[in-house]
Design a protein around this ligand. Structure first.
Ligand code: DOR
Ligand code: ZN
Length: 381
C-alpha cells in the first residue's frame, strides 16, 4: 500500500515502511490519498490507566484502546493500579492477551507488591514477560532503601511524586548516587521543573513528563462553577498560573521530555461530584493531540509524544517513520478547528474538563502495523 500525505509519500509492506519518497506514485496500484493531512511518527502515550481488571465500569482494556485510537494514539502504557494489581505475570499476560495487538500495548508493572510500598516485585521476570517499565503510580515510593534497590535493577522506574519538591529532590540525589533509569510522572509544579532543569544541567540523566491539563488549566479555572469542580480533580492537582507557565517553559526548553495523558477514567456519577467527593483522575486520550497542537507546534508534538517516549521506553523501530521501521504512525490535520464533545468519546468516561473547548489541530487517523484507520471525525465546527 502507498499512502500519499501532505508531507510525505510512504510505501508500506508487511507492516513495515518499505519506502519513503516522492517518486513512488508512477504506475502504483493501491494508493491511498490523504494528501490534505500530515503523517507523523506514531503517538505513544506512556502513562494511562485502563482499569481492567477490577474497575471495568470505569473503563476496560477494549474501551480504553478504542478511546486511544480515536485520539490518534498508536501505543499505550497502562499503569499497574488495577485490582488485582499488575504485579505478577499472570495479570500481565492476561492484559497483553486482551489487548490483542489492536494497538502498541506496553504495560507498566508495579514496583512493589500490591503497591504497598514495602517489597519489590520480580522486576526481571516481569520485564522478560513484557513489562516496559515499573511504577507504583497513584502512590509515591517513600521507602528510600527500596527505591535505591529499584534503581539498581537498571529497569526504568517511573516515579509518582506527591509532595513534588521534596520527593523529586531526594530521588534525584539517589539517582546521582546509584545510577539507574528514572522518569518522573506528571510533573505539575514550578519547583519540580526547576529541580529537574538543575539536575539535567549537572549531567544527571533523568527524564520527566507532564500532561496536557497542566499546561491548559490552573487553579483559577476552579470555582467558576462550583458543581463542576470535580471534573478538574486529579493527582497531582492543578497548580497556580505560575506553575502552568513553568510547565510550558519546561516543555519549550527541553527540561520536560514527554507529554503523557495520565488518562484516568472514572464513571460520570463519580466525576460529577463536587471537588471533595470526586475521585482523582481525568480522561485524556481523545483530547491530548488537540490540546498540544492548539498551544505548541507539530514538531513539539512529535518530539514529546512520539520520539521521546519511544527513546525513553527503548522502543526501537516502533514508530519513527523511517525505512525498515514498523508502520505505526499518526495522521493529523494541523488546521482542523473542532470543539471537544465529551459525549462523543469512545472512553466509558464521558466527562472532561476539556469539554466545549475549541481546538486547532486534530488526529484524523492511525496506521498500526501497516493498517490504516481513518477516525470518524468529531463535531466539526
Ligand atoms: O489523577 C490521578 N488518577 N492520578 C494518579 O496518580 C492516579 C490516577 C488514577 O488511577 O485514577
Ligand atoms: Zn497516573
Amino acid at each position: 500500500m502507498i499512502i500519499k500525505a501532505k508531507n510525505v509519500i510512504i510505501k508500506i509492506e508487511n507492516g513495515k515502511i518499505a519506502q519513503v519518497g516522492n517518486d513512488l506514485l508512477k504506475g502504483a496500484l493501491n494508493v491511498y490519498d490523504v494528501s490534505q493531512y500530515t503523517i507523523i511518527p506514531g503517538i505513544i502515550d506512556m502513562h494511562c490507566h485502563l482499569r481492567e481488571p477490577g474497575f471495568e465500569y470505569k473503563e476496560d482494556i477494549n474501551s480504553g484502546i478504542e478511546s486511544a485510537l480515536n485520539g490518534g494514539i498508536v501505543g499505550i502504557c497502562p499503569m499497574a493500579n488495577t485490582n488485582p494489581v499488575n504485579d505478577n505475570i499472570f495479570i500481565l499476560n492476561k492484559m497483553i492477551e486482551k489487548a490483542d495487538k489492536k494497538i502498541g500495548f506496553f504495560p507498566i508493572c508495579a514496583v512493589t507488591n500490591s503497591l504497598y510500598g514495602d517489597t519489590l516485585t520480580d522486576l526481571k521476570k516481569l520485564k522478560e514477560n513484557g513489562a516496559i517499565a515499573f511504577s507504583d503510580d497513584g502512590k509515591p515510593i517513600l521507602n528510600k532503601e527500596l527505591f535505591k534497590n529499584a534503581l539498581k535493577s537498571g529497569e526504568l522506574i517511573i516515579s509518582h511524586c506527591e509532595d513534588e519538591t521534596n520527593e523529586v529532590k531526594w530521588q534525584l540525589e539517589m539517582l546521582n548516587e546509584v545510577g539507574g533509569k528514572l522518569h518522573f510522572a506528571h510533573i505539575s509544579k514550578k519547583e519540580s521543573v526547576d529541580l529537574i532543569r538543575e539536575a539535567k544541567r549537572n549531567g544527571i540523566k533523568v527524564t520527566c513528563e507532564t500532561a496536557p491539563h497542566y499546561f491548559t488549566f490552573n487553579k483559577d479555572d476552579l470555582n467558576k462553577d462550583l458543581f463542576k469542580n470535580g471534573v478538574y480533580k486529579m493527582n497531582p492537582p492543578l497548580g497556580t498560573k505560575e506553575d502552568m507557565e513553568a510547565i510550558i517553559n519546561g516543555l519549550l526548553d527541553g527540561t520536560i521530555d514527554v507529554i503523557a495523558t495520565d488518562h484516568a477514567p472514572h464513571s460520570k456519577d463519580e466525576k460529577l461530584k463536587d471537588y471533595n467527593h470526586s475521585p482523582n483522575g481525568i480522561v485524556g486520550f481523545e483530547t491530548a493531540i488537540g490540546a498540544v497542537l492548539s498551544r505548541f507546534s507539530s514538531d513539539l508534538l512529535v518530539e514529546k509524544m512520539a520520539l521521546n517516549p519511544a527513546k525513553i521506553l527503548n522502543l526501537k523501530d516502533f514508530n519513527d517513520l523511517k525505512i525498515g521501521s514498523y508502520a505505526n504512525l499518526t495522521i493529523i490535520d494541523e488546521n482542523k478547528i473542532w470543539k471537544v464533545d465529551e459525549e462523543k468519546f469512545k472512553s466509558k468516561c464521558k466527562v472532561s474538563p476539556f469539554n466545549g473547548i475549541e481546538f486547532k489541530g486534530k488526529a484524523v487517523g492511525t496506521i498500526i502495523n501497516g493498517k490504516l484507520n481513518m477516525i470518524k471525525c468529531c463535531e466539526d465546527k
